[in-house]
Design a protein. Structure first.
Length: 394
């Protein structure tokens, strides 16, 4: 918030009325009259002296206001914030499709939330109480609660950027360790799925098996285009990999996959065409997969996303290398990976490290899989994994 001097001419345009302006954003500000005015074009000595005295007065007023505000002796309230109800602002800024579900959960936590103004909700004490109530809910999956909380935070941050409220930095929902055990598909279940064909949207099958080789999510597969699939010849071997641009991180997500996974991509089309023909709605994609899974005789609650965990467990089973799992899944460090896969450890990393180091933008570095383990400082730093890419591990 900025404190400024604002001048406005009168009807005859020979005088400036002077105000103090509290600017919250480019479009939103509170204005307070100083009951002062000055000549627009002073001519006489008296007029010039008047302007000089007025200038000293309003500059001193501005200085005092600024000092009081910085030392919290002056509280400036955004009038638009006071008038805005939380419910209206939430639905305006929560662009996620689960906005209604999120709000219903909040209403279960506090039945009076419909009547609260925005500033009554957006304060650390109230949000902390909502967070604790959400963490104690047992009828909904913890992962779903976590998504709902992030949706709420996202909406409030957007309102903060519009200067409608002052958002306090809130922590993430803490998931219980028991809810972190991930499911994956067994070889028997994969064979059952392979032998059956979905009644509709047959590409869901190709997308699923390609996910088992790459660890990509259903959303990433829906948006995957032929321009994202790359190949490079290394010695006498062709290596296939995907390259997907992440707008949020402003970087490319890259990883190799075995040649046999190419059969699930189908016939190559234009580079701008989508590879998989999948329903646009997320709920429809999940429904199609569930019907196909039931048709194959699998009646458990495993989802499409568990193909990502199947991919992770397959890498760990073959390499016993949690660092490699973290790298292929795009985790910043192995602590994140351990949170999801508690039965994985890194005790035998140097004895079991079997990977090929390759930079997609530079020349081939290590030509053999039987390489000596890298020094510890070259693998990770301060708990963060340094980038290395694996090729042909499946």
């Amino acid at each position: 918030m900025k404190i400024q001097i604002w001048k406005r001419k009168n009807k005859t345009k020979n005088k400036n009325y002077i105000y103090i302006r509290y600017r919250f954003s480019q479009k939103k500000a509170n204005v307070e009259s100083l009951n002062l005015w000055e000549w627009v074009s002073p001519k006489t000595k008296i007029e010039k002296q008047h302007n000089k005295e007025v200038q000293l007065s309003f500059l001193e007023t501005k200085r005092r206001k600024q000092d009081d505000y910085e030392n919290k002796r002056l509280i400036i309230e955004n009038k638009q914030e006071i008038k805005a109800y939380f419910k209206k602002v939430f639905f305006e800024f929560c662009y996620q499709k689960n906005a209604k579900s999120v709000y219903n959960i909040l209403k279960n936590c506090d039945s009076k939330i419909d009547y609260y103004k925005l500033h009554e909700v957006v304060n650390k004490q109230y949000l902390q109480s909502i967070k604790e109530k959400l963490e104690n809910i047992t009828t909904i999956k913890k992962s779903t609660i976590k998504k709902y909380w992030e949706s709420l935070k996202s909406a409030l941050i957007k309102a903060h950027k519009e200067s409608l409220c002052e958002y306090p930095n809130m922590e993430k929902i803490k998931l219980s360790t028991l809810s972190q055990n991930k499911k994956y598909y067994s070889e028997k279940e994969l064979n059952q799925l392979y032998k059956t064909t979905p009644d509709n949207w047959e590409d869901i099958k190709n997308a699923f098996f390609f996910a088992c080789y790459t660890g990509l999510s259903l959303g990433e597969l829906y948006s995957l285009r032929w321009e994202n699939i790359k190949s490079k010849k290394i010695i006498n071997k062709t290596v296939y990999y995907y390259s997907i641009y992440n707008e949020i991180k402003n970087s490319y997500k890259k990883n190799s996959f075995p040649k046999k996974a190419m059969i699930y991509l189908g016939k190559e089309k234009k580079i701008s065409d989508k590879i998989f023909n999948l329903p646009e709605k997320i709920s429809n994609r999940s429904k199609i997969f569930k019907l196909w899974k039931q048709k194959s005789g699998i009646m458990n609650d495993k989802t499409f996303h568990d193909s990502r965990h199947t991919f992770a467990y397959k890498i760990y089973k073959e390499t016993k290398n949690i660092y490699l799992v973290a790298e292929t899944l795009g985790h910043n460090n192995i602590e994140i990976t351990k949170t999801y896969y508690q039965d994985m450890d890194n005790n035998n990393f140097y004895n079991n490290a079997k990977y090929i180091k390759y930079d997609y933008n530079k020349k081939f570095k290590n030509k053999s899989t039987n390489i000596k383990p890298l020094r510890k400082k070259n693998v990770f730093k301060h708990g963060n994994l340094l980038s290395y890419k694996n090729l042909g591990y499946i």
